[in-house]
Design a protein around this ligand. Sequence first.
Ligand SMILES: NC(=O)c1ccc[n+]([C@@H]2O[C@H](COP(=O)([O-])OP(=O)(O)OC[C@H]3O[C@@H](n4cnc5c(N)ncnc54)[C@H](OP(=O)(O)O)[C@@H]3O)[C@@H](O)[C@H]2O)c1
Length: 217
Amino acid sequence: MPALTIALLGATGNVGGHYARLALDAGHSLRALARNPAKLDSIIPNGADHPNVIAIAGDATNPDDIANLIKGADVIVSCLGNPTKGVHIMTAAANNVLEVAAKQPEPPRCIFISSVGMGGTSWFIYKVLELMGRDKAGTADYETADQRLRTETTVPVTIVRPYALNDKPPKGTYNATTKSPMHLAKPITRADVAAFLLDATTNPQWDGPTGVQLSGT
Ligand SMILES: NC(=O)c1ccc[n+]([C@@H]2O[C@H](COP(=O)([O-])OP(=O)(O)OC[C@H]3O[C@@H](n4cnc5c(N)ncnc54)[C@H](OP(=O)(O)O)[C@@H]3O)[C@@H](O)[C@H]2O)c1
C-alpha cells in the first residue's frame, strides 16, 4: 500500500493523537489542522517538526482553513469533537470539509467520526446523550453533521459511529457493523477506534450513507 497524504482534523485530541501516531508509524504523511499547533509537541514524536507532518494552524469552522488543510490530500480524516459543552462545531466542520472536498478535481475520501445514536442507530443512546452526555443542542449538532455526511453525493464518506469510548490500553480488536439499532454494546478504547480509522483510511469498504457502528470486544 503506497504512503498517503492524510489531512487530519482533531490531531490534538485523544482519538486523533492515537490516529496520528499510528498513521505516521505506517509511513503516511499528515497535514494536521490544529487551533494551537504547539499542542502537537506532546502528541507526536518531534511534534510539528516531525518530517512527515505539516502542521496547519486553523479552525475547522473556517472554510479557508479547511481549503488550506486538504490541499494535495489523498484522504481526509476527522477526529473532531465539540471543544466544550455549549460550543458546537460538528455541523460547520462537516459542511466545510465536504464543500471544499467536493470542489477538488478528484474529491478525496473522507472518514468522519460521528457517534452511535446518530443516524437512527439507537433512539435510546440518542436520549442518553441528550440527557447525560451532551446538552440537547450538542446532540442535535452531531445528528445534523451525521445527516450532512450521509446525504453527501460527491465525496466518498465513511461515517464512523463509536459506542462509549475509554482510555484503556488497546485490545487490538473491534466490532464494526452496519447493523442497527445498537442500543447496548461494549465500550471501545480510543486507541482501537484509531486503529479502525487507519484500516478505513486504505479500505473503502465502509463508504456510503449507512455508516459503521463501532464497539469493543
Ligand atoms: N466519549 C464517548 O464515549 C464518545 C462516544 C462516541 C463518539 N465520541 C466522539 O468521538 C470523537 C473523538 O473523541 P475524543 O475523545 O478524541 O475527542 P477530544 O479529545 O475532545 O478531541 C476533540 C478534537 O477536536 C478539536 N477541535 C475542537 N474544536 C475545534 C475547532 N473549532 N477547530 C479545530 N479543531 C477543533 C480539538 O482541538 P483542541 O485541542 O484545539 O481543543 C481536539 O483535537 C468526538 O467527536 C466525540 O464526541 C465520543
